[in-house]
Design a protein around this ligand. Structure first.
Ligand code: NAD
Length: 434
């Protein structure tokens, strides 16, 4: 069996490399020719720990190849994993145009039986639309099946997650499709849950929305902590020790970002509403998340009063550590607001600066990127921490204090113990604790 991967972004590329590592022959394509050119030369276009090494390994074994020709990739493949984007539209629903485009291409190139696997996160009932589209446009009698195999990898640990899955969800409507996917994932037999397609599609949206809900819940509790003597870190610990609740995803901060949670919670809200289901619970979680930025900026103003021409160091641009992805990162809105108020913004991130430069080009003295965090904090009137990179946890605080004009830290990720950092002479503001 030859596996085709359509879309070589964060999910598609990791899936392609991961499936090759499992021993499958993979051909991957993307409509972004530059990406394919880089991959053909052995260059990984994104930062993802461990991906480069694994890519080199499977490439050397001849298990992975790339082509800019979508039709050729479809014709060559027996199983096609669709990994294109499903970004949000203005009303919050998922934009399905990339999926539709791929479905039409598959129809045009359906030269023999193919299993088409939805890997992208899609609304429940998408398989119906893919099937209808292929049937409308196909030119041969060749048959096909659709399956849903949602992806649960997390950026930053994507390679590890692919090779050590908690679960593999396989949504199918017949045995042929089921058996093909069971064979592809035969190394992970004890992790597989087979369902119908609607269920598999919904599991993905439900999982992401539930995690987003958990984060918004703890952020709501942080708001209460800030009005009382309660400490959010201890509240989270006390709650998380209950195994029914669990400790993960109970970190208060400036809210969730990234290309998944914000869009998936909105998409599921829209799906529910269209089906006549009251979705207030998810709408509220999304609202709480959006309000995190306003509350954080209030802290910044409380510390600095006027922002105009204040030097503000911003550490952390990616939406979370160990990735260069800035999609829906809280930093985007915060930097936008600092720019609007004409602050002098000094930025640093270990991996995401190139991506951020596409959104906010350098504009001295109002916006400057720095090669190290110590350069970024020089002469700053305040330091904002927006991403919990280990590098920031381990920074030399005394050196930072000596470099800054005013030793003020506004920490959106609760990296430090307030009492200890204050002992070093910092004015320190964090989330949900004093
Ligand atoms: P991405 O934007 O990084 O990658 C999508 C790729 O698809 C791009 O390279 C784009 O050029 C390509 N593409 C778009 N239209 C195409 C077409 N017609 N033909 C060929 N290629 C095309 O997105 P991503 O982060 O990899 O996410 C992909 C899907 O996986 C989304 O539905 C997302 O919700 C889901 N997902 C993402 C993550 C994550 O952490 N990023 C995790 C799980 C699921």
């Amino acid at each position: 069996m030859k596996i085709g991967i359509i879309g070589t972004g964060y999910v598609g590329l990791v899936t392609a490399v991961g499936l090759a590592e499992l021993g499958h022959q993979v051909i991957a394509t993307d409509k972004d020719i530059n990406k394919i050119k880089k991959l053909e030369q052995g260059i990984i276009p994104i930062y993802e720990p461990g991906l480069e090494e694994l890519f080199s390994k499977v490439r050397a074994k001849g298990l992975i190849s790339f082509t800019p020709d979508l039709s050729a990739a479809i014709r060559a493949a027996d199983v096609i994993f669709v990994c294109v984007g499903t970004p949000p539209t203005a009303d919050g629903s998922a934009d399905m145009s990339q999926i539709e485009e791929v479905a039409r291409k598959i129809a045009e190139n359906l030269n023999n039986y193919k299993l088409i696997v939805e890997k992208s996160t899609v609304p429940v009932k998408t398989s119906y639309w893919i099937k209808r589209t292929i049937n409308l446009y196909k030119k041969t009698e060749a048959i096909f099946d659709i399956a849903s195999n949602p992806e649960f990898l997390r950026e930053g640990t994507a390679v590890h997650d692919f090779l050590n899955p908690d679960r593999i969800i396989i949504g199918v409507e017949n045995e042929r499709a089921r058996d093909i996917l069971l064979k592809i994932y035969e190394n992970f037999q004890d992790k597989i849950l087979v369902t119908n397609i609607d269920t598999a599609e919904l599991i993905k949206h439900a999982s992401n929305s539930f995690l987003a809900l958990k984060i918004s819940f703890i952020n709501l509790m942080a708001n209460i902590c800030e009005k009382t003597e309660a400490d959010i870190e201890q509240v989270a610990l006390g709650m998380g020790l209950d195994p029914r609740i669990g400790r993960e995803f109970l970190r208060a901060g400036i809210g969730y970002g990234g290309s998944c949670f914000p869009k998936d919670i909105k998409a599921l809200t829209k799906i529910g509403e269209e089906l006549g289901v009251e979705m207030g619970l998810l709408r509220e979680a999304d609202k709480i998340n959006q309000d995190r930025i306003r509350l954080f900026l209030e802290k910044v103003r409380r510390a600095l009063w006027v922002l105009k021409e204040k030097r503000i160091a911003v550490l952390g641009l990616s939406f979370k550590p160990n990735t260069d992805d800035i999609r829906e990162a809280p930093s985007l809105k915060i930097i936008g607001e600092l720019r609007r108020e004409v602050a002098l913004v000094q930025l640093y991130d270990p991996k995401a600066m190139d991506n951020m430069k596409q959104v906010f080009p350098e504009e001295p003295p109002y916006l400057v990127y720095h090669p190290t965090l110590y350069d970024a904090v020089k002469d700053a009137n305040a330091l904002l921490i927006l991403t919990e990179w280990d590098e920031f946890r381990q920074m030399d605080l005394l050196r930072i204090k000596n470099l800054m004009a005013n030793p003020i830290i506004i920490d959106g990720r609760n990296l430090f113990e307030p009492s200890e950092i204050r002992k070093l002479g910092f004015e320190y503001y964090c989330i949900g604790r004093r």
